[in-house]
Design a protein around this ligand. Sequence first.
Ligand code: SIN
Length: 358
Amino acid sequence: MTSNSGISENTPHLLVLGMGGTIAGLAPNPEESPLQYEAGQVGVDALVAQVQSVVPAGVKLVSRQLVNINSRNLTDAHLTALGLAVSEALLDASVRGIVITHGTDTIEETGLFLQTTCGKLAQTQSKRVILTGAMLPSNAPRADGPVNLLDALRWASMPMDNCPSGIYAVICGRVCLAMDLAKRHATALNAPLQNAPSSSVSLINPSWLSGVKAVQAVWNEDLPIPGEDEWPWVEILTSHAGARPETITHWLSSAVQGFVLAGSGQGGFHDDWIKPLDQAMVQGIALVRTTRTGAGTTLHNIPELDAPGCCASGALTAPRARIALQLALNAAKQANKAGKPLTWQDFFAKITDLPEIR
Ligand code: SIN
């Protein structure tokens, strides 16, 4: 672990975990082409050093680099390492809160992963975990990373009576639950928060806070963090005009364990997929149906009856549904090993039951 402030690790502090991303990116020619850059180039200690002098008085910072990558390259093993680092820090009495600097491309997956594996622990330990990132590289003329990091540190250090513990994201002057974060624009500065319910960092909206409390009331047990080699293999397959049965049959001789079907409209898929998907289910491949539209909910038996065992994703988008299915398959496997007759559908339903804050 690197401590950029030279403080002892027993001193109460905020822990900043670095994962990489544009917030740590460098552009060779930042004045002329700020959008042509490489993510994950600057160490988290340097990002923290940039804001150190303006963090709220009395807040000590310790930084730790877990990985420094473009988040499109995030692997199962990276998520395992992040989950373990976060849960260890939540149990560490000297850590007051945790901020994670992360690429925005797959921050959506990480948000759901942390909520479902560490959300209850954050609550019982009365701490906040905050994801943040940026849309412009660190050396761009109007880089958004330093302000986002500072806002995240402020949110992490805010007194508990102003906002409950939990897993949040702070970007572009706004906050939401990390599980509601979704990048839905390629370049806009608020891209990671498009469609997300949010309130301003400085003015906490009471109806939003009651939504946060409703989520906490429902999430009563964290799912196990899969070991780095334990992640079930789950693919997202998108239905589209001209979809072919081969999109499904190609997989049937592989070791894939689940499909998330990103269907059109309300999550329906091409009729040419019906037969091969029946075969997939006979082979024990788990099926989740969601919508490729990027918004709205996918409901069981709507618009048509679902095949037995196929789950609808509720409000989960395809990338979130994929993480949820992986965690549910792993949780069922662990439960069965412990003699509990639970299915992946039991665990998946716990995730889709989380209230939406809209
Ligand atoms: C990344 O996700 O690592 C690159 C894009 C970004 O952070 O905005």
